[in-house]
Design a protein around this ligand. Structure first.
Ligand code: NAI
Length: 497
């Protein structure tokens, strides 16, 4: 460690214990390297090992961790986690998914940075952060098979879920000197679900007048990230899009071995490299510890330990600049190839130095603000419940008779509709096939039949309609009530109507 470093930093910082999972495969090696750098830069830290991954699976815990481990993570509030291997087969669950759900890790934050000219990059100057919603969307894990031919996955988007992730993106932008937040959705198609995400983005953005905002449709947005990544700063997006986009962005940056991530939650936050446990190179001192080290930097920033975070990050940049690299990193110019532990030594030697060609960092000594947990009840939010009017019901049928003739099905449905409802339309895969419809529309065995209130709609009337459908031999596999909220339809219209 340089004498200059020892003189510059305001230590000792307050003591802080961190929960640490050493992981599988290359995990123990890169964690050892990372902890040595952390120990050198921030002597106030102590580390508490928690058994996650193979150790826990082998001890008979299918979730990949013990209840004690979970308790320790919650008590510490932060977990620095090396990659874990998920055994194939045997009913094992992914630890990451379980931790995400159990700890409510709602925000996945992934900086994607190009380190040109040290590491040749297609897009020099790329420096963006993807903030991905981590719990909702199609990842809620609610899927059903309803007919011989049709399965469905429920896409769940909630207002509190949108509020906290969007707020987190803006708070992140503020804390890290970022100037713009881009929202990406597909609300031209999914007007209710993605529409809510976009609407909440606009509402929350109004509270951050100093930060520029824009919205892009996810497909063109992803294409632009691939071709013009310098146009972006912070990107906030729902779960599925974020999953894809963050990998595209990391790949474009050209340095997946460098990529760190944070998973922010209310009860605890977890910091880990983006890559996996790389069993092919485990135990050979070949692995690049950078992804985990930069995740540790994100953890220090999260905790408000700005000085050591700044020192480690700048020393790491300086190490790259000096051409000290592990074998996996493509590089231009004069390079000294080193192993995992020698790389950590090189970073420690440079603590207190700043890069000269790559852009240095300066982190604030203020703990990152995590948005308050959503209020459990609407009344506590100050928001008034909407005026909700029932105006019909969609019955979903499994029906494979009469050559799948929409007209034949329509006729049967007309007979059971009254007195409370009238049959408005039938769709197949979202496309209107009755009344009217295009004879060439491909029809599956799954039909959505919309019944409109004829003046007597009520929950009881719906059960009577379902009873009539059952008596007529129709197989109702699911229903969705049609509501109007404050005069606005809370359901989508049929396509091709
Ligand atoms: P992987 O990321 O472990 O490996 C892909 C390739 O990149 C391999 O050739 C590997 O040698 C190389 N690589 C990865 N990290 C490296 C590093 N730090 N330095 C140098 N080279 C590196 O992905 P893979 O092979 O699909 O998964 C292996 C295991 O990791 C699986 O059990 C998987 O479930 C787990 N995994 C765990 C994750 C986590 O804990 N967050 C994330 C992704 C995968």
């Amino acid at each position: 460690m340089s004498a200059q470093f020892e003189n510059r930093l305001p230590f000792p910082a307050p003591a802080r214990s961190i929960a640490v999972a050493h992981g599988d495969g290359i995990g123990p090696e890169i964690m050892a390297a990372t902890l040595r750098v952390l120990g050198a830069a921030d002597p106030g830290l102590t580390f508490h090992e928690v058994p996650l991954g193979l150790k826990a699976y082998e001890a008979g815990h299918a979730a990949g961790f013990t209840p004690e481990a979970l308790e320790a993570v919650t008590r510490h509030g932060v977990l620095l986690k090396a990659p874990l291997s998920t055994p194939q087969g045997g009913g094992y669950k992914s630890v990451n998914v379980t931790l995400r759900k159990t700890l409510g890790l709602f925000a996945n934050v992934r900086p994607c940075v190009a380190y040109h000219p040290v590491v040749p990059a297609t897009h020099p100057g790329m420096d963006l952060v993807v903030v991905r919603e981590n719990e909702e969307d199609t990842y809620a894990g609610i899927e059903h098979r309803q007919t011989d031919e049709v399965v469905q996955c429920l896409k769940l988007i909630t207002r509190p879920g949108c509020e906290r992730i969007v707020r987190h993106a803006f708070e992140y932008a503020l804390a890290n000197g970022r100037r713009k937040v881009t929202c990406m959705t597909k609300d031209n198609i999914m007007k209710l679900t993605d529409g809510l995400f976009h609407a909440v983005f606009d509402e929350v953005a109004a509270g951050y007048p100093g930060i520029a905002t824009e919205h892009m449709i996810i497909d063109i947005g992803t294409a632009r990230v691939a071709t013009r990544p310098r146009d972006f700063d912070v990107i906030v997006t729902p779960n599925l899009y974020g999953d894809i986009l963050s990998d595209v962005a990391a790949e474009v940056a050209g340095s997946i071995g460098f990529a760190p991530s944070a998973n922010i939650g209310y009860r605890a936050s977890m910091f880990e490299a983006v890559h996996g446990s790389a069993p092919d190179i485990a135990g050979r001192d070949l692995a690049n510890p950078s992804g985990l080290l930069l995740s540790a930097v994100m953890m220090l920033v999260h905790l408000g330990r700005g000085a050591p975070a700044t020192a480690i990050h700048n020393a790491w940049l300086r190490t790259l600049e000096d051409g000290v690299l592990t074998g996996d990193v493509p590089a231009a110019g004069k390079v000294r190839r080193v192993g995992t532990q020698a790389f950590a030594d090189a970073v420690i030697e440079r603590l207190g130095q700043r890069p000269e060609r790559l852009r240095p960092v300066d982190y604030p000594s203020r703990a990152e603000a995590v948005p308050a947990a959503p209020k459990p009840r609407l009344a506590e939010t100050g928001r008034v419940p909407a005026d909700k009017q029932l105006e019909g019901v969609d019955l979903f049928l499994h029906w494979d008779q009469d050559g799948r003739s929409p007209a034949a099905l329509g006729a049967r449905l007309e007979r059971i509709a009254g007195p409370e409802f009238t049959l408005e339309l039938v769709t197949n895969r979202g496309v209107k096939v009755y009344p009217g419809g295009n004879p060439h529309t491909l029809c599956s065995d799954h039909w959505r039949c919309r019944f409109r209130d004829a003046g007597e709609a009520s929950p009881l009337a719906i059960t009577r309609l379902m009873a009539r459908a059952a008596e007529a031999g129709l197989d109702v596999v699911k229903t969705e009530n049609l509501y109007r909220f404050d005069g606005k339809a809370g359901y989508s219209q049929a396509q091709g109507a």
